[in-house]
Design a protein around this ligand. Structure first.
Ligand code: R5P
Length: 271
């Protein structure tokens, strides 16, 4: 791997743990102003200090993220569909020169295995990896799951492996039972999406199970910014991802931080 590409990747996957807490706020690219992200600037401001990287479109990056922000940007460069159309038919929406202008640490797109847009989105992945390799920018492939796809080890394993074979430098997918088997069969790091909002304990349990199964972290959105206490939640997730916190310890940390105990809010979380 070229030095520049490896360096960008290690800005996301923190060298101390090899893991990452990515904050996903790209949902508006097909969902519009979804609940909790109506005003991205307001949602993001308190969370930025706690995220290892930010997954975002160029529009929200330019308008809602201060240029002083000291965190790597994983730039979503695919889209072209909405909740009113066939979601799988995404194309590339953002040129690599613009990603470079925006100082992106990585590029990301969705691929839709088993859906009408399968061929096009996988070919897009190939083109993006070619461009990323040319410029030293890693590519995160997001395995999007259509309503009719079962989120099981067979399907997710297939989708993730195809992404790695085409050259994705890391892959995002959903957690499933036997997730170890997905991880084993994919030779690049895997991060998991959070999915729909769950009770905080369940979301922390999901993170914990994914990390134990070998995930390199999370790329989480709704379970953080739709939480009653987004900052407490992202800090509890980070405790699981980076500090090996148990589910119980992370839940306690969430409760304590969300009650606003200011001394603890400043202290590092422990297991
Ligand atoms: C979905 O289209 C986006 O790529 C999100 O970034 C992804 O689903 C992760 O967000 P969440 O944790 O809300 O599922």
């Amino acid at each position: 791997m070229d030095w520049g590409l490896a360096n960008r990747l290690h800005r996301i996957l923190k060298p101390a743990t090899g893991r990452t807490v990515m904050l996903a706020v790209d949902h508006g690219y097909f969902l519009g102003p979804t609940s909790g992200l109506e005003d991205p600037r307001r949602t993001l401001a308190p969370l930025l200090p706690y995220a290892d990287s930010l997954m975002v479109t160029r529009g929200v990056l330019r308008t809602c993220v201060p240029a002083q922000a000291d965190l790597p940007i994983v730039l979503r460069v695919s889209g072209g569909t909405s909740i009113h159309s066939e979601l799988s038919q995404e194309g590339l929406t953002t040129a690599v020169d613009d990603a470079i202008r925006l100082n992106a640490a990585a590029l990301t797109l969705s691929v839709f295995v088993g859906a009408p847009g399968e061929r096009e989105t996988l070919l897009n992945l190939g083109k993006l990896v070619d461009a990323g390799e040319r410029h030293g920018i890693p590519v995160l492939a997001v395995t999007a799951v259509g309503r009719e796809m079962t989120r099981d080890v067979r399907y997710l394993g297939l989708a993730c492996r195809i992404c790695a074979e085409i050259g994705a430098h890391y892959v995002k997918t959903y957690y499933c039972e036997d997730f170890e088997r997905v991880v084993e069969a994919v030779p690049v790091p895997i991060v998991i999406a959070g999915g729909k909002k769950l009770p905080e304990r369940d979301a922390l349990r999901l993170c914990h199970a994914a990390i134990r199964a070998g995930a390199a972290g999370v790329d989480m959105g709704r379970n953080i910014w739709q939480s009653q206490s987004p900052v407490a939640m992202i800090r509890a997730v980070a405790a699981v991802v980076h500090d090996g916190a148990s589910v119980e310890a992370a839940c306690d940390a969430y409760e304590t931080l969300s009650r606003g105990a200011s001394s603890l809010a400043q202290a590092p979380l422990t297991t």
